[in-house]
Design a protein around this ligand. Sequence first.
Ligand code: GLP
Length: 236
Amino acid sequence: MLYIEVETYEELSSKASEIIASVVKSKPESVLGLATGSSPLGTYDGLIRAYNNGEVDFSKVTTINLDEYIGLTPDNDQSYRYFMETNLFSKINVRKDLTFVPDGCAEDIENECREYDERISSLGGIDIQLLGIGLDGHIGFNEPCDVFVKETHLVDLDPSTIEANARFFSSIDDVPKQAVTMGMGGIMGAKKVLLIANGKNKAEIVKKAFFGPITPNVPASILQLHPDVTIIYSKN
Ligand code: GLP
């Protein structure tokens, strides 16, 4: 595990985007595992800049996102599909048909989850998985629980997650109570993992997850077992 502490969010974002850009430069047909939340926004801006400068070409890249809320359609501005379109996909030359986000409106969610895992396998796995971390230690939407769940699955969101994510919605009642998330198998199967965390409020969970015991009660702690994981933390 490579743990890097930096001073500012800008530094964190430029390091993270450089790491992802270098993966794409060395393998143009990379499979990028992507994340939502506020943390990756600066990283995505860095990738957009690199694309605009002609440094990185995304035309052969495939993207596969971690998670999606149940019941939010792609045109809902709080859906993770909408987030990705707005903050990254529409600003780089990735092929839309090669961008994957779980369908939180699928009629048969179990089947959607199975197909998502099959897709990850058929792509040959993920070259680099970008992650944020929730205040309760969740990655994707793998919430604290008694076991690490391997497959893509349906989750009931933790009340603390609903509260934390309410800042993006007009009222806490609008936050979906469930989500589909890639499981730990997909995340741990990635060749490289890059987790970014910023802000003083993340200091405690970062310490617990990466310097404490490995337990499904702190889902991100499983990353201590990954052979190629980089954590970048900035307190500001
Ligand atoms: C959501 C996402 C996670 C993300 C987390 C932290 O719950 N499902 O993938 O890591 O938020 O978000 P933020 O980066 O805004 O703190």
